[in-house]
Design a protein around this ligand. Sequence first.
Ligand code: ADP
Length: 435
Amino acid sequence: MISSLLIANRGEIAVRIIRTCKEYGIRSVLACSEADRDSLGASMADHVVCIGPPSSQQSYLNMDALITAAMVTRCEAVHPGIGFLSENAEFSRRVSEAGLIFIGSPSAIIALLGDKIQAKKAAEENHIPLVPGTKESLNSVEEAVKETERIGFPIILKAAGGGGGKGMRIIRDISELHSAFETTKLEAEKAFGDARVYMEHYLEHPRHVEVQLIADTHGKVLHLGERDCTVQENHQKLLEESPAPQTSPEVLARMFEDAKRLFLSLKYVGAGTVEFLVEGDNYFFMEVNTRLQVEHPVTELRTGVDLVHMQLLAHSGEHLPIDQDLSLKDLCVLEARVNARTPGRVEQYHAPGGYGVRIDSALYTGYFVPPFYDALIAKVLCFGNSREEAINRMMRTLDEMKIEGIQTNKEMQMKIIDSEIFRSGVYDTKVIEQL
Ligand code: ADP
């Protein structure tokens, strides 16, 4: 097992990783920008290295600075966290070339699965159902028009190199196709440096259900159950839960086996997630995320497994100390993402607590939420013996949580969670529009 780790990230996920390091006696070194010197992570890590100015380009995306920080502090491994360089093939390669362990996928796997067209091919080769769509990127709008005849409207145009809910456009009529094709290409080039786009049939009422996996270097591949991430705003997840309220055990069992087969065929190592869209008893492969997900604590509460610890073990070449016979607890787990709507000073922060509550956050009273980074400031998790109990506990917990001085989406989350439609469990990815 490694004994020292550079954390190339910030905010709540840096705190999350440092906590596991402390529990397992691993020296933690936090790479932080000038804007994060007073962060909770910086006060908790064993060692802090300032890697550059606030802008992400000059700090958390600065590969030279991060690798140098790991070398001078004699770290054995680099954890990229979530976002930033966590799914960057070049960073993975450069970390390895520097003689360090990358706590993530090797460069070739990131490159393969980060290309959504290639990822779909890999899924198809493993007999996993796909949403009807184009098998290659579209070279011209004429080609796109022809493909729509086969796929049928509505369709969704997607950037092959996209992510984070960006680079997608829904088209309901052929008349919209010309301009949408050009705009999506331009946006994809600008946002991802890759102008390739492809097309899928757009499902009107899907749920988003994903499978968490963990694998070691000795050929063991385990699934750790599912997470339902159907509650989204602009294709970005807001609320997650497990078990998936509307997906049958038979469908889930098939998804688990499909996800495992894909990972086995890829000789995958570490933590990863296979995302699916589900409509009734039909499910379709969407993509693979080759990193820890924001919502990974949902799985941790459902399984009792520390996923960061498993990642560190797997990438150290150890055998995973768990097996597929691990049972998914008979609990309902919910996670609400609390996002800042404005930067600024947190005049007062009161963290809620009590039975069945977990808070992953880097907030403290007096903390200044910088304007430079992701808006996520806290993940509030609650579990209950039933979905109703988990929902009621989440309402109580969010009510107890006090964040003063900045605007957040807490009230909106409470409105969603307490709504009849969310409580019913019966909805699709458009649920926010129906409140
Ligand atoms: P990203 O990698 O940017 O997160 P995904 O491909 O994972 O993009 O899709 C994000 C969300 O977009 C999905 O959870 C779903 O709500 C919606 N979506 C993607 N593809 C389709 C589709 N073919 N039909 C309906 N909704 C879709």
